[in-house]
Each structure stands twice: as C-alpha cells, then as structure tokens.
Design a protein around this ligand. Structure first.
Ligand SMILES: Cc1cc2nc3c(=O)[nH]c(=O)nc-3n(C[C@H](O)[C@H](O)[C@H](O)COP(=O)(O)OP(=O)(O)OC[C@H]3O[C@@H](n4cnc5c(N)ncnc54)[C@H](O)[C@@H]3O)c2cc1C
Length: 406
C-alpha cells in the first residue's frame, strides 16, 4: 500500500463553485486535491450549448483572484440595463415598468453574461496549471473524517491526509447526506427552460425580466458568437424561461420554428425575428437549504448547501459568495499557521454564509409567488409597485446594488 500524501484541503466536486474555490485557495499556496466523479474532458465539448451565467461584480472579483476571468476563451458580455415588466403571453407588456440603468449606480455594469462552456474551459485549463492543486477526474472519493483529520481515498489514485474536506458536489451531495445534515426542500410546480436565441436587432446590453402568470421569462444579453452552431450570430441572448411543468413539457416537444414562435409570444417584438441556437435544456425547479453548513472537518459550498429559484439568476453567485467567505478564512488560517479545518473556523464560515443564503432563498421565493399570481388586485398592486420603485431613486439604487452583488 502506498503512503498517503499530505495536503491541506480536499474539494469534492469540480463544478463552477468547487473548481473556482480550489483554484483560489491553491493560488494562495494552500495544497489542495480536487476530485470529481465526472471527467473534465467531455465538458469541454466545443458545441455551442446555450447555457450561460449572469456573473455579479463580487463573483467576477473571485474569478479574477482564481486566475479564471482572464482565461475565459469567449468574451463576457456586460449587462448595462435591466428592464422589469409584467404581462400576459401574446400581449404587449404592461406600460408600468421598471428600468435600471447601470449609470444611475456608477460606471460598472450590473454583471456579465458568461457562457457556461467558456467558464468550464477556463476551469479545466486553470486547475491543471496550478502547482498546489492536484486533480482527479473521473474518480470517486471515499472520505473518512475524524476530529483529528480527514483521510480521502481516491479510487484509482492516492490516499490523501488533509485537514478539511469541502463538499461542492451539487444538490444531491453524498457527503452532506453521509454527515446526516438535514435539508429543507420544496419543489416548485415549474420547470426552467434554458436556451440561447439569435435575433435580428441588437440587445444593447439590456437584460429583460418579463413576469408572466406561469413564471418569469428572462432574456440576457450575450456576446456575439463566432460559433458555427450559432451561425456566427452577432445578436445573441440567453433565455431562462420559467414555465408550469405541464406546459413546459409541451413547449419542449415543439419543433424549432414553433418553439421560436412561443419565445417571441413571450418576448414581444423589440428584438425582431428570433431563432433558437444550440440545445434546449430543462431543469425541474426546487428550493433547498441545508440545516447546517458544517460538520466535523466538513464544509458545504454552492448547491450542496442551498438551491434557489432562478428568478433572480443568483444561484451560482450565492455559491461564489460561499467560496469567497471560505477561501478568505482558509487563507487567513494558513497564513497564521492555524488548523484550516478547526471547529472555530467552520463555525465562522457558517455564521458568514447561512443567513445570507436564507435571505436570498426567501426573497426569490417571495418574488416568484408575487409575480406568478393572477389575482387582479395583486397584479394591480405589483404594477403600481413597479412604477413606484421606478420613480424612487434611492430604492432603485438598493435593488441595483443587490443585482451587482456588491
Ligand atoms: C434554470 C436554471 C438557470 C440558472 N441560471 C443561473 C444564472 O443565470 N446565474 C447564476 O448565478 N446561477 C444560475 N443557476 C444556478 C447555477 O446553475 C447553480 O447554482 C450552479 O451550477 C451550482 O454550482 P455548483 O458547483 O455548486 O454545483 P454543480 O454545478 O452541480 O457541480 C457539482 C459538481 O460535483 C460533481 N459531483 C457530484 N457528485 C459527486 C461525487 N459524489 N463525487 C465527486 N464529484 C461529484 C459533479 O460532476 C459536478 O461537476 C441556474 C439554475 C437553473 C436550474
């Protein structure tokens, strides 16, 4: 039997949160192993896949620190304005709308649209370039935690003795379950349909959040695509379409022409003719919160700790905020020569992150309930509310800072 290697931290799950966290801490000299049960290579499949993240400014700073932002192969597209409208399918949006212009809050954009594929490719390259980071994928990690330390046996690889294991395995986290950490979970009767569209007229950096009775319909501005599958389109946007699950199944079964027509019925005519590009994706929507974020020498991060409604496009940004908090504590402890898996450090991490994530979960859930209601009084009240916020500059600035993640 080979002797166990000794590292500071093991991150299980090389998704956007686990991968980025591993890059940040390894860049700061914290020796790390990163294990994912899926291979990293197929994720680099070059086909245009149509999924994208809205990255807030705090998340961009994290990606910079991780050395990932500059490695993104496709340019991120700035979100300059956000337009919030209310309406019905097939009818023009209510005239009472909310328009956020980034210049009202400073020079910086609200965020940047980054293609999921672009982030994946940057991560795959960066994790292999850092001397303090060893990657095992595809591989399974068997984790044995005690108060004194963690032993991770990587199937087909080495065993590693470390101080802390970070579960970043997504929503059905086996490490969270093995630790017996309960979760509160509820399903929405909605499905998220995600795809990209090319359109006749430029988006001018405007993100649209159009509230419809079945759920929000978001259109987010992407950079021009050099991709052959996207037809080298100049005007490209990402669509995150929340729909009642029954109707979503019908929509997903439509051919491309009819599917694009349904998008146009929800979007309106301001982008001209619309065509879908790349694949259509769909996700059953649910919200989830782990009752604890920590256990003996274990910390949960990203979707392993929480899941929210995509109404505000903040799911990954919350995970990145976990990564910022945890990386900060780990780097501080390492520099002070302290144990990076101590109960005190883990308690600080939980205090820093759980209330913030709970607040975002409650806010996104409340927004979905408010805007998916057909009650005529509620519709009138929210339209008036939208118009009132549009006129109230200080309130608008609060919303804008939230959207920017600052
Ligand atoms: C419809 C929809 C739209 C969204 N839009 C946005 C948006 O615009 N902006 C935004 O910020 N967020 C958005 N989100 C949320 C975002 O996609 C997630 O929050 C994000 O993917 C979570 O990243 P993660 O790294 O925590 O987990 P994941 O992306 O789930 O990654 C988990 C990783 O762990 C690996 N893994 C799993 N189990 C194991 C195991 N046992 N051992 C080893 N490895 C394992 C997996 O292979 C994977 O690589 C959206 C979500 C939905 C559903």
């Amino acid at each position: 039997m080979t002797e166990a290697i000794s590292v500071d931290v093991c991150v299980v799950g090389a998704g956007p949160v686990g991968g980025t966290l591993a890059c940040v801490v390894a860049s700061a000299g914290i020796s790390t192993i990163l294990v994912d049960r899926a291979a990293l290579l197929p994720m680099e499949h070059p086909a245009f896949d149509g999924r994208a993240y809205a990255i807030a400014s705090g998340s961009r700073a994290l990606l910079r620190e991780a050395g990932l932002w500059e490695m993104l192969p496709d340019p991120p597209n700035p979100i300059l304005d956000i337009r919030v409208t209310d309406g019905w399918v097939g009818r023009p949006a209510s005239r009472l709308h909310l328009h956020f212009d980034h210049r009202e809050a400073g020079d910086a954009p609200f965020g940047w649209m980054v293609e999921a594929r672009s982030l994946r490719r940057a991560l795959n390259a960066r994790v292999r370039a850092l001397p303090d980071l060893q990657v095992f994928a595809p591989a399974e990690a068997f984790v044995d935690r005690t108060a004194d330390g963690v032993l991770v046996r990587v199937a087909g690889g080495p065993s590693a003795a470390c101080r802390l294991v970070i579960a970043a395995e997504g929503r059905s986290s086996p490490l969270r379950e093995a630790a017996g950490i309960p979760v509160t979970r509820f399903d929405y009767p909605q499905t998220g349909i995600v795809c990209a569209i090319s359109h006749e007229l430029p988006h001018l950096g405007v993100a649209l959040e159009h509230f419809l009775p079945s759920g929000p319909f978001a259109v987010l501005p992407m950079a021009p695509s050099a991709d052959a599958e996207a037809g080298g389109a100049q005007n490209v946007s990402a669509v995150v379409w929340t729909e009642r699950t029954r109707i979503a199944a019908t929509m997903l079964g439509l051919d491309d022409t009819r599917f694009a027509r349904e998008i146009r019925r929800r979007l309106g005519g301001h982008l001209g003719a619309v065509h879908t590009v790349g694949r259509r994706w769909n996700y059953p929507l649910s919200a989830m919160l782990a009752h604890r974020y920590v256990d003996t020498r274990l910390a949960l991060a990203g979707d392993a700790a929480h899941g929210i409604h995509p109404i505000a496009g903040q799911g990954l940004n919350l995970g990145f905020r976990d990564a910022i908090a945890l990386a900060g504590l780990l780097i501080e402890a390492k520099q002070a020569g302290e144990d990076v898996g101590s109960p005190a450090l883990l308690a600080r991490y939980q205090r820093a992150r759980r209330p913030d994530n709970l607040a975002m979960l409650a806010m996104t859930d409340g927004l979905d309930r408010l805007f998916s209601s057909n009650n005529p009084l509620l519709r009138l009240a929210r339209d008036l509310g939208i118009a009132a916020v549009d006129q109230a500059r200080p309130v608008k600035r609060v919303f804008m800072r939230q959207a920017m993640g600052v």
